[in-house]
Design a protein around this ligand. Sequence first.
Ligand SMILES: [Zn+2]
Length: 55
Amino acid sequence: MQQRYCQCGAAFLVAYLPGGPGLLRAHIVAANQAGIHTVHRCPCCGQPVDINSLR
Ligand SMILES: [Zn+2]
């Protein structure tokens, strides 16, 4: 997994998960007390997060 950061500084992980036969899809995941879950918006600043906009 790779670590990426939102523009606000929040840290995410990029996980490559099976998305079909021979496919790996990039999922942006955040970890908290409840476990690891896929996020589409930054829980910190509310901006949409995607693999190309994170740094
Ligand atoms: Zn953010």
